[in-house]
Design a protein around this ligand. Structure first.
Ligand SMILES: O=C(O)CCC(=O)C(=O)O
Ligand SMILES: [Mn+2]
Length: 214
């Protein structure tokens, strides 16, 4: 195991846990194969901003009983079915459920696995994950494919931010005092990772969330 894979917590604010290289190359490949299968059943869609209808640059899909969606009319929310196909979201891979069990002590499974696809040029503005009732549950996010610049802010939008890179195989957890920190992706670094061919160049991020209180 490389020194990078072993490093556990870089200096991070309380409640922010970064596991560098938590997934081996073989585990990343296996997970990407599962994601490819999920995306065949639940194709990436373009979410839109509430009210303006402006498209996100990130395309999304979901796995698990609930999926995060957003459109002009009804805004940010969780839905049990895909907004375009109307089909239930595909089941969450065991690997992700096990990762949640191993790294969190939350007493219930995640309900939503939001899959974000960043093509070169895509980004995600500074935001807070706040559409969940179970705000006491951690957010666990897995990075695959190309590396990206992650920005972590404070509880208020204008608080100072820190930035660090997330690479394929990294796992980031926001919980407790960090659960409501602002965060976003400034950019991805094309050419730094590989996705299955049908996904094209870019980065996949899977964000596991508990939505309802158990
Ligand atoms: O892509 C990432 O690493 C972050 C994604 C994110 O913050 C979200 O989906 O809410
Ligand atoms: Mn988020």
């Amino acid at each position: 195991m490389s020194a990078q894979a072993r490093s556990f917590n870089e200096p991070m604010p309380e409640g922010t846990r970064l596991y560098r290289g938590r997934l081996s190359a073989a585990q990343q490949d296996a997970l990407l194969t599962e994601v490819a299968c999920i995306l065949r059943a639940a194709p990436l869609f373009v979410p839109r901003m509430p009210k303006t209808g402006r498209p996100f640059s990130v395309r999304m899909s979901n796995t698990g009983p609930l999926g995060w969606v957003s459109d002009k009319e009804k805004g940010y929310r969780y839905e049990p079915v895909h907004p375009e196909t109307g089909a239930p979201w595909p089941a969450m891979p065991d690997m992700l459920l096990r990762l949640w069990e191993e790294l969190t002590d939350y007493p219930a499974s995640p309900e939503a696995g939001l899959i974000n696809h960043y093509a070169p040029g895509a980004r995600m503005g500074l935001h807070v994950d706040v559409d969940e009732e179970a705000l006491e549950a951690p957010i666990l996010s897995v990075s695959l494919g190309c590396s990206a610049r992650f920005r972590l802010g404070g509880l208020k939008r204008r608080d100072p931010t820190i930035s660090f890179d997330l690479h394929g195989g990294d796992v980031l957890i926001l919980e407790g005092p960090s659960r409501l920190r602002h965060h976003g992706i400034d950019r991805i670094y094309p050419g730094t990772g590989v996705l299955p061919e049908e996904m094209g160049e870019g980065r996949i991020n899977i964000t596991l969330r508990r939505v309802r209180r158990p």
